[in-house]
Ligand binder design. Structure first.
Ligand code: COS
Length: 383
């Protein structure tokens, strides 16, 4: 744990103010323009948000998982697109280097990721390899000078902004499945790296994804993450274990926001001569949302504490991601319902959250993949 409780409290208060005063007022504009204003990105840099999870020795805040999730509970009470700006630098884009990178790779990249000078992306998914990540076909061939990568990665978050990609590629074509996969740190621009057009998504405008296409993309020998072949899939899984707790915490933050909006509307809106919050059927929606968000928050805090204590949290991370992201989907649905017809009208913003949160049940492993991870681990542990 990097921060003493008082400093953490101050940091959380600062984040809360940042969200209320700067992010919330910009939500509609970000969705309309599909861009987070540079002034907000600069403020994120100033607050240290790009380097929350990067060790202090490399210029980050060095937050433990327990601290990180508390920050996310606050920081994510707004449009998820804001988190995406620094989300990959704290999560899937940097953690491969933090967990498995060589000392030289950590020295070279982490300080610049922590300051927000560069953006990192994580390139695992392919057109033919989504949930079945181990079937990926992007290849990396060894040459006298280094490696040559070929293949296409899909839905890569922050690809248009990134200048560093952690790319999972098959180095051993003879080994099908996980064992033949290695991870590479690929810098952009590179003449062999091209981007597809920015994807048009259901929601989360302001956060960008695109294809990343490697055509004889040459990288030096020391681009191999950790200097070891055949470890790429395991690195990806370790990164995702952490990422799944992170996304669960994001879901809790957004749920808290929606509950706040729902409650405010239930107190203001008068029908049949009284505020709709006085009606028990509306109260049921408020109560179910509060109970479920509280359950998810407790799960996330517990999984984070266990991870900080060095436990293997593969099962707990999957439980958190599964429960919290499904939970926020239900909360968003109720938020629309409590707002009635206004919930369907863009001006109120609730329908935007409804679309935004749908992604949480898909990326970093669908709900069905989380179920598989949980059940497999249960069966394995039972012998
Ligand atoms: N931590 C460390 N190692 C792990 C691990 C984890 N959490 N999970 C699996 N591994 C290791 C296994 O131990 C195994 O190693 P050995 O071959 O040495 O035994 C290797 O990785 C392969 O594991 P497994 O056989 O379980 O792989 P599968 O191909 O069956 O895939 C799932 C497992 C389905 C869980 C995996 O493909 C997955 O998570 N898919 C979803 C991918 C995803 O989240 N995509 C989202 C896009 S990224 S934003």
């Amino acid at each position: 744990m990097a921060l003493d409780p008082q400093t953490l409290r101050q940091f959380l208060d600062t984040i809360q103010r940042f969200v209320r005063e700067q992010l919330e007022p910009a939500e509609a504009m970000v969705a309309e323009t599909d861009t987070v204003p540079p002034a907000i990105v600069d403020e994120m840099r100033r607050l240290g948000l790009f380097g929350m999870t990067i060790p202090e020795a490399q210029g980050g805040l060095g937050l433990g998982m327990s601290e990180e999730v508390q920050v996310l509970f606050e920081l994510c009470q707004t449009s998820p697109a804001f988190r995406s700006v620094h989300g990959t630098n704290n999560g899937i884009g940097s953690q491969g280097i933090v967990i498995d990178g060589t000392a030289e790779q950590q020295r070279r990249y982490l300080p610049r990721l922590a300051s927000g000078e560069i953006i990192a992306s994580f390139a695992l998914t392919e057109p033919g390899a989504g949930s079945d990540a181990a079937s990926l076909r992007t290849s990396a061939r060894r040459t006298a000078e280094g490696w040559v990568l070929n293949g296409t990665k899909r839905f890569i978050t922050n690809a248009p902004e990134a200048s560093l990609f952690t790319v999972m590629a098959r180095t051993d074509p003879e080994t099908r499945g996980a064992g033949g996969i290695s991870a590479f740190l690929v810098e952009a621009p590179n003449p062999g790296l091209k981007l597809g057009r920015i994807d048009r998504k259901m929601g989360q405008r302001g956060a960008h994804t695109a294809d990343v296409i490697f055509e004889d993309c040459r990288v030096p020998a020391d681009a191999l993450l950790g200097g070891k072949e055949g470890q790429g899939f395991k690195t990806a899984m370790k990164v995702l274990d952490r990422g799944r707790i992170h996304i669960a915490a994001v879901a809790v933050g957004v749920a808290e926001r929606l509950i706040r909006d729902m409650l405010r509307y239930a107190k203001e809106r008068v029908q049949f001569g009284q505020a709709i919050g006085e009606f028990q059927l509306v109260q049921a929606m408020l109560a179910d949302s509060r109970a479920e968000a509280y359950a998810a928050r407790c799960m996330v805090l517990d999984a984070a504490r266990r991870r900080d204590a060095g436990e293997n949290v593969s099962t707990e991370a999957a439980c958190c991601k599964y429960f919290a992201t499904e939970m926020v989907g239900r909360v968003a649905d109720r938020a629309v319902q409590v707002h009635g017809g206004s919930g369907y009208i863009a001006d109120f913003g609730v329908e935007r959250f409804y679309r935004d949160v749908r992604l949480f049940r898909l990326y970093e492993g669908t709900s069905q993949i989380q179920q598989i991870v949980i059940a497999r681990n249960m069966l394995r542990q039972a012998g």
